[in-house]
Design a protein. Structure first.
Length: 463
């Protein structure tokens, strides 16, 4: 026992904050090394496959299909005896003392720190909108959005007033990035294919699904031809596109916006936010304690090797990092996507072990394999970066098949892949969505609005 304790004391104490894509990759790489003692801290007990979170919100799959307990996922790493998992929230970072403060006030010392705390919503200075327009980042967000969507149809069935019934059947999604278009396409499918035979007093096919985006096109990070294809596919699914509009107000009754300079209002009881990203508050803690520089979104500006200037023992990865990658045109910002977070996590672990061996750290180079986004049944866009052919893009049914198999492949665990495949197959052939169970009618009028959600998405339509 004493020998084991002495060996543990001799190992470098590494703390990883966050078990998202980046944190999980870092822990898996570090847990193989006998030179470190790793502690993983996360405020939840599960890892979440966020690219499919919108399908939980729209009742296409159940929560366990896109998430898994952290301790189970890392069971092999924990068997090695050098990994501790703590369900806790980090409240502060003292870079000088090399200590974290957890939510119960207890200290957690470290020799090396990897911060992968992710991002939250940004309402661009209008935090009061959060209670009326929840975003999508966590399972709790998905459950709240699901309750609001299902609750709107249920309330419309009860309405005696025609104007109120129309407002209940108006769904507004703000933000035309991947999260926004995926939510819009799924909502259109629910209204037109899943629910028509399930209500007596309303025709769910009369529901309006409106996607608002501030820029002239959806999926602005994609090639223009793919953006145009995405717009056509969304309109074919029944989604109304309001492009180049600016949201100026959101309340319990609907959305105020400007289009072509004209003030307008759309009455809607369900408004979903997919428009802005702000970094984790831990970025401010690093700025105060370690002198880190933050960008406008609160992300931490890191060195080429993902460390903080003057603090080689601290690395920041994932959505919290304002990292760049070399390109022929000069340093290029690294996108906030899961492949980038995974690559950062692996490099952060490798560099940490290099430093322990007295070797020089390597700079981060992002390998961009492309982007893909689904829009609904048989509708998607794919943009690939290939070494031989360069940029390749396609859309429609082939892109949807590619998106489907790519996401199944990257899911954590065989069980998750099997369950998602079964759910998708059943949904495809029957249009049924059996994950429509809600615990309580939070989305119904008269119920208290949800607390502000901790989430982030893509570009938005806001002033």
């Amino acid at each position: 026992m004493q020998e084991r304790n002495a060996a543990a004391a001799a190992r470098a104490k590494v703390v990883v904050i966050g078990c998202g894509f980046g944190g999980l990759e870092a822990v898996r790489a570090l847990a193989r090394s006998p030179a470190v003692e790793v502690t993983l801290v996360d405020r939840t007990n599960h890892h979440l496959f966020q690219p499919l979170l919108y399908q939980v919100a729209t009742a296409d799959v159940s929560a366990p299909a896109v998430s898994g307990p952290i301790r189970h996922i890392l069971r092999r790493e924990m068997k090695r005896g050098r990994l501790t998992v703590l369900r806790a929230e980090v409240r502060d970072i003292d870079a000088r003392a090399h200590t974290l403060t957890l939510d119960d006030g207890s200290p957690l010392p470290y020799d090396h720190l990897i911060v992968a705390a992710g991002a939250t919503h940004s309402y661009f200075g209008h935090d009061e909108w959060a209670r009326f327009a929840p975003g999508l980042k966590t399972l709790a967000d998905a459950f709240e959005i699901r309750a609001r969507i299902i609750g709107a149809f249920e309330q419309a069935e009860r309405c005696q007033d025609e104007a109120e019934r129309r407002a209940q059947l108006n769904f507004v999604i703000i933000g035309g990035g991947p999260t926004g278009v995926e939510l819009a396409g799924a909502l259109a499918e629910i209204a037109r294919h899943t629910l028509p035979e399930e209500f007596r007093r309303i025709d769910s096919r009369q529901a309006r699904v409106v996607l608002m985006e501030g820029s002239p096109r959806v999926l602005g990070a994609f090639d223009e031809s793919l953006s145009a294809s995405a717009a056509r596919q969304l309109q074919k699914l029944g989604v109304e596109l309001h492009l180049g509009c600016q949201v100026v107000g959101i309340d319990a009754g609907g959305v105020d916006y400007r289009s072509a300079g004209e003030p307008k209002r759309l009455a809607a009881r369900t408004v979903l936010w997919a428009a802005g990203v702000a970094a984790s508050p831990l970025g401010r803690a690093l700025a105060a304690s370690a002198g880190a520089t933050l960008d406008r979104a609160g992300r931490v500006q890191v060195q080429p090797d993902l460390t903080l200037a003057g603090h080689p023992e601290i690395q920041v990865i994932g959505d919290l990092a304002a990292a760049t990658t070399p390109s022929p045109q000069g340093p290029k910002p690294v996108p906030g996507v899961s492949p980038a977070a995974k690559q950062m996590g692996r490099l952060a672990a490798a560099n940490l072990l290099r430093r322990l061996r007295g070797e020089a750290a390597q700079a981060f180079r992002y390998a961009d394999y492309g982007s893909l986004s689904t829009l609904g049944r048989n509708a998607a866009v794919v943009q690939l970066e290939t070494p031989l052919l360069g940029r390749v893009h396609f859309s429609g049914y082939p892109a949807w098949l590619f998106w489907l198999f790519a996401h199944v492949y990257f899911l954590i665990g065989f069980r998750n892949r099997l369950v998602v495949l079964i759910d998708w197959a059943w949904s495809y052939w029957t249009f049924a969505r059996h994950a429509r169970v809600v615990a309580q009618p939070q989305g119904l009028p008269g119920a208290p609005p949800a607390a502000p959600a901790q989430a982030g998405a893509s570009s938005g339509a806001v002033r």
